[in-house]
Design a binder for this molecule. Structure first.
Ligand code: FMN
Length: 351
């Protein structure tokens, strides 16, 4: 049995597995994967090893470009292709100063799916990405924006609630899903993200009309994930209530909140915000530069925790589902557990 089969084929085919497969059909057709579960891009975490493990196991991996240069992204895509023949995507951040070059790199490699994160796509980026033949996936943080993105031609949406790890919006997954799915799920595939730790929740969103789901936190402790052992231990120890959102200290400096495990790094972020706000006051930097400095701060702090293992002063970005991460295990096992839980839930609901 191949790894893919091990992850996606149930020990015994049940009515629940059959229902799950049918509920996921639209998502799997769109992604080209065997199950409509995406491993959401996580900066520093979602590199060649996690991405290829996810896609090889039958799910859909996404490379996190984060603050990578076009050269680094070029190498990462090539290295991922060397590890898997299955489809995977690339996540680009809209505010990256070299976004246009990064789009060219994805086009050069004929990347099949590009995920644009970090705000509305800048002018021209939608046409350029779609013109390369890639399918474009964008984040919809509200119903009005979901409709606007669909009108602009995006191929699929991710609806991500504030339970998620990393940068978050103000609304919970359950509310966003109820607001957005009934209105737009018949127009484009919608993937629900944020706070999903078990297959029962995944099945619930599929029944509400989602084409699939995206999880991040649940995959961090995959054996194949290169995150530092300290980072993984923090996830295994962490409870839902430890994954808290950062606080904005200066009303003039709008900072996108970040959900991470509580640690001394939170105070460092407060100090950074004061420093940037002071520069704004003095007129030595403009607002766009101020916000970019904050984003660079997060990228650096996340690297410190994920790669260096400094989980005290770095940023341990994690969602509230962190309490459901209890051990390190092969990615195929995590995927298999999610699928079996989802299938059992659907089977119970069908009687
Ligand atoms: C450590 C970490 C880093 C992340 N980095 C990114 C990123 O670079 N780009 C992005 O679009 N989302 C990022 N996310 C969000 C994930 O892609 C995913 O949508 C989210 O984790 C889903 O919610 P969950 O954590 O509750 O499963 C990150 C999440 C985590 C936990």
């Amino acid at each position: 049995m191949t790894t893919t089969e091990a992850a996606t084929r149930p020990a015994a085919e049940t009515i629940g597995h059959d229902r799950l497969r049918r509920l996921m059909a639209r998502g799997t057709a769109f992604l080209g994967s065997e199950v409509a579960i995406m491993a959401g891009a996580m900066s520093w975490v979602s590199e060649r090893h996690l991405v290829s493990a996810m896609s090889n196991a039958g799910g859909f991996g996404v490379i996190a470009c984060g603050a990578m240069t076009p050269e680094l992204l070029d190498a990462e895509i090539a290295a991922t292709r060397a590890l898997t023949t299955k489809p995977f995507g690339v996540n680009l951040i809209t505010m990256h100063p070299m976004l246009s070059d990064l789009i060219d790199v994805c086009a050069k490699h004929k990347v099949g799916h590009v995920v644009l994160a970090g705000g509305l796509p800048p002018a021209g980026s939608i046409d350029r990405i779609k013109g390369s033949g890639a399918k474009l996936i964008c984040f919809a943080p509200a119903l009005a924006l979901a409709k606007k993105l669909i009108r602009s031609g995006v191929d699929a949406l991710v609806v991500e609630g504030m339970e998620a790890g990393g940068h978050i919006g103000p609304v919970s997954t359950s509310v966003l899903a109820q607001e957005i799915l009934p209105e737009v799920a018949d127009q484009v595939p919608v993937f629900v993200a944020g706070g999903i730790g078990r297959g029962e929740a995944m099945a619930g969103y599929l029944e509400m009309g989602a084409a699939g789901v995206q999880l991040g936190t649940r995959f961090v402790c995959a054996t194949e994930c290169i995150a530092h052992p300290n980072f993984k231990k923090a996830f295994i120890r962490g409870a839902a209530r430890d994954a808290i959102a950062s606080v904005q200290i200066d009303p003039r400096l709008p900072v996108i909140p970040v959900r991470a495990l509580k640690n001394a790094g939170g105070e460092l972020f407060t100090a950074k915000q004061r420093e940037v706000a002071k520069s704004l006051d003095e007129g030595s930097i403009a607002m766009a530069e101020a916000q970019l400095q904050i984003e660079h701060y997060w990228a650096g702090a996340l690297r410190r925790a994920v790669i260096d293992g400094d989980i005290e002063h770095g940023s341990v970005m994690a969602g509230q589902s962190v309490g459901m991460v209890t051990k390190e295990e092969p990615l195929a096992d995590i995927l298999r557990t999610l699928i079996d839980e989802g299938a059992h839930a659907l089977e119970r609901r069908s009687v």
